[in-house]
Design a protein around this ligand. Sequence first.
Ligand code: 5IU
Length: 481
Amino acid sequence: MAHRDLLEQCLVDLHRIGVVKFGNFTLKSGMQSPIYFDLRMIISYPKIMETVAELMWAKRPNPDYDLVCGVAYTGLPIATVISTKQELPMLIRRKESKGYGTKKLVEGNYEEGQNCLMIEDVIVSGSSVYETLETLKELNLKVDDAIVFLDREQGGAANLASMGVNVISVVTMTQMMGILLKHGCINQATSESVLEFVESHNDTSIVTKEKSSCKNGIDVMDRKKRSFESRTSVTNHPLARKLFEIMSSKKTNLCVAADVTTSKELISLAEKVGPHICLLKTHIDILTDFSKETVESLKELAATHNFMLFEDRKFGDIGSTVASQYSGGAYNIVDWAELVTVHGLPGDGIIKGLMSAINGRPRGCVLVSEMSSSGALTSQEYVNGCCKMAQNHTYFVIGFVSQSNVSSDPRFILMTPGVQLDKSVDGLGQQYVTPRVAVLERGADVVIVGRGIREAEDPEAAAIKYKEEAFSAYLERIEAQ
Ligand code: 5IU
């Protein structure tokens, strides 16, 4: 069979056995996708697996390799088929080191300088190939090429190309949609929605588990050393980007905590501090006269003065409950607050629950990893758990509320409350530090100030003072590096 026919037949078969799924899927990065390509299933269909391996091997750009390495898990069976057919020795790259014995991440024999071909099922951002590449390079192997079955066309090939890895795919998402459509496996609307999704999510970047991130071949630095502007390019989250852009253009990393009890006070405060803040943090449920008009006015002010609305709801329940608290109810928070605070306590389900309610809107959350109040129960283990959660859901979590440098990952924005210039406690457990200490010692990107500004004689003048203190501390921090 001609190569093209073989590919078309193979895709029809893959669709038939359920490899190509349509619906609402959460990818490893946390990205919500309308399509999932689950190539793991081919291990139950040896003939199809053989064809997949054949199509991939046919794409190799060089005639000779010394080794073939499968990227766990789906790359492994495919690499095995190639290895036996081509009599090419194989390596296995584990997902995690065993933690005992030799702790090796790579199994199999090799010699330094050997030329290794990487095999992967699907490429999104390229992170997975990148991790394997790093490991193989540490072993002094030569890795120039990676063959993937499906390129989802979301930026992965370009990310890897900029690091000197040539990614060759058997089929791209666009081609696959065309073939499935031609053979009547899917309809026009499905194809269009997938291609629309790909087009609007085609700028992924690689961020490794070690938190060192790579974009356009440049190894990026620690979060604290980087400018907000430069961090815009390492995050995929549209609202993290928006916040970075607001902070750089308005030269403010100040968030005002608007804990007032009437709409009038809220709007009046937002008008005064609006030009000087990047975020307005609300506790909407303490208003005695909440109405739709209140949020309409807030939204207008946010647009006029270029700040974002951040509801400090501290969601903390199971997924199904928070979905209803977020969307609907008296405040319909999802409708107007671009960002919300969330406790990590319930585990991943809380993120999934909230994401199920956003309905295509750009929305994000900030995980409460530590609290400013004395005796807070957030242990180091809890903080580590929150960090892991954030890393697994970068399409919703944009950062942390924290009191220390909980993450050096430049994608995440750290926000620190408990900031005041003249006080150190409030008598009810709140503990304060100055903006300088928050930014320079605790690693805050954003300082959250409530009473320090609200209760000042002139809140606007106070906002300017806090803004200048916090932003100059930030400039000092990035310049000191
Ligand atoms: N807030 C804290 N500490 C925390 C968290 C949130 O103070 O750890 I998470 C909120 C509570 C209030 C604001 O809305 O931040 C701080 O206000 P004052 O600056 O007035 O203390």
